[in-house]
Design a binder for this molecule. Structure first.
Ligand code: 13P
Length: 334
C-alpha cells in the first residue's frame, strides 16, 4: 500500500482553510440542475459549465480538490487542455466519484444501497493512471417509519469499506460518505441517533476491511431536524449536536472530516460549519465538500445568460469558496 502517498493526499485535502468542491453530479442529476436554470443538458453545456467552475481564478486559495464525474475527468477546456492538467497546474487535486448510484435495496421498500463494486478495481486502476488522487462513494440513509433498518446501514457500511480498501490499493484516498438525508419530519434527536449509528457502523466496517484510517476522509452529513419538522434548530444546536455525534463515533486518527451541504441553504451550510469551528477542540480539521452549497448561486446566474455571465458566475464560485474556507477556520462570522 502506498501509505505515504495516501497520508500526504489526505492531509492536503483538508489543509487549513481549504475544502473540496463537489462537481460530480451524474448525467441524470446534472440534467435536473441544468433544467432548473433553463439550460439544455447537452455534453457541450455540461463541459462549458464544468470549465467555468474549474477555471475560476484563484480558486485554490480556498479549494484543495474537486470531485469530478467520469465524463468530466475525460473532458478538456474549450482550448483543448485536459481538465486534469488545468487542475494540476492550478494546484487543485483531481477526485472522482466511483459509485454508480443508490439503488432500491431489495426486500426493504423505501431504502437504498449504493452499487458500483463490480469492476471497481479495474476502473480505479484507470482513474489512478489518469491522475485521480482521491475518490468518493456516497451511501444514502433515509429516516422514516421503522427506517433505517440495521440491514440497510450494514449493507451500505460494508460497500463503503470494500470501496475504501480498493481505493487504497491504488494509492487513491477514499472519501467515505454516509449521507443521512434531511427529508422527513423527524426531529434533531432522531437524526442524531441515526447518524451516530451509521457512522459507528461505517468505522467498524473500515476496521474489519483493514482500511488505513490515516489515508481516509469522512464526508459527513450534519445533525439536523428533518426539512418538514415543525421544530427547526438553531445554528448553535446543529453545531453542538453534530460535534457530539462525530466525537462519539469517529476515531481521532482520521485526518479530516468534510461535510456535504445536502440541500441546506448556502447560508446555513456556511454558518453551521463556521459555528462548529468556532467551538473547535476536535481531533480532526472540519471542512466542506459542498456540491449545491458551492454551486447553486453561480449556476443560477450563469443559466440566466451563459455567454454574458461566465465570469460573473466564476466570481460567485470564488465568493462561496472564500466564505466556506473562512468557515473551515471558524473565521466567517468573526
Ligand atoms: P451536496 O453538498 O449538494 O449535498 O453534494 C455533495 C455531494 O457530493 C453529495 O454526494
Amino acid at each position: 500500500m502506498k501509505i505515504d502517498q495516501l497520508v500526504e493526499t489526505a492531509e492536503a485535502m483538508v489543509a487549513p482553510g481549504k475544502g473540496i468542491i463537489a462537481i460530480d453530479e451524474s448525467t441524470g442529476t446534472i440534467a435536473k440542475r441544468l433544467g432548473a436554470v433553463g439550460v439544455e443538458n447537452t455534453e457541450e453545456n455540461r463541459r462549458t459549465y464544468r470549465e467555468l467552475l474549474l477555471t475560476t481564478p484563484k480558486l485554490k486559495e480556498y479549494i484543495s480538490g474537486a470531485i469530478l464525474y467520469d465524463e468530466t475527468l475525460r473532458q478538456s477546456t474549450r482550448d483543448g487542455k485536459p481538465f486534469v492538467d488545468v487542475m494540476n497546474e492550478a494546484g487543485i487535486l483531481p477526485g472522482i466519484k466511483v459509485d454508480t448510484g443508490a439503488k432500491d435495496l431489495a426486500g426493504f421498500p423505501g431504502e437504498k444501497v449504493t452499487e458500483g463494486l463490480d469492476g471497481l478495481r479495474e476502473r480505479l486502476e484507470e482513474y489512478a493512471r489518469m491522475g485521480a488522487r482521491f475518490a468518493k462513494w456516497r451511501a444514502v440513509i433515509t429516516i422514516g417509519e421503522a427506517m433505517p433498518t440495521d440491514t440497510c446501514i450494514e449493507s451500505n457500511a460494508h460497500a463503503l469499506a470494500r470501496y475504501a480498501a480498493l481505493c487504497q490499493e491504488h494509492g487513491i484516498v477514499p472519501i467515505v460518505e454516509p449521507e443521512v438525508l434531511m427529508d422527513g419530519d423527524h426531529d434533531i434527536e432522531t437524526c442524531y441517533g441515526v447518524t451516530e449509528a451509521t457512522q459507528r457502523a461505517v468505522f467498524r466496517a473500515l476496521y474489519e476491511h483493514h482500511v488505513l484510517l490515516e489515508g481516509t476522509i469522512l464526508k459527513a452529513s450534519m445533525v439536523l431536524p428533518g426539512k418538514d419538522c415543525p421544530e427547526q434548530a438553531s445554528v448553535e444546536d446543529v453545531a453542538h449536536a453534530t460535534l457530539r455525534c462525530l466525537e462519539s463515533a469517529v476515531p481521532a486518527i482520521l485526518p479530516g472530516v468534510v461535510f456535504l451541504s445536502g440541500g441546506q441553504s448556502d447560508a446555513d451550510a456556511t454558518n453551521h460549519l463556521d459555528a462548529m469551528n468556532q467551538i473547535g477542540g476536535t481531533p480532526w480539521p472540519l471542512s466542506f465538500s459542498y456540491g449545491r452549497g458551492m454551486q447553486q448561486a453561480a449556476m443560477e446566474l450563469w443559466g440566466k445568460d451563459p455567454a454574458a455571465n461566465f465570469e460573473k458566475a466564476q466570481q460567485t464560485v470564488f465568493e462561496r469558496a472564500r466564505d466556506n474556507g473562512l468557515a473551515a477556520q471558524g473565521k466567517y462570522g468573526a
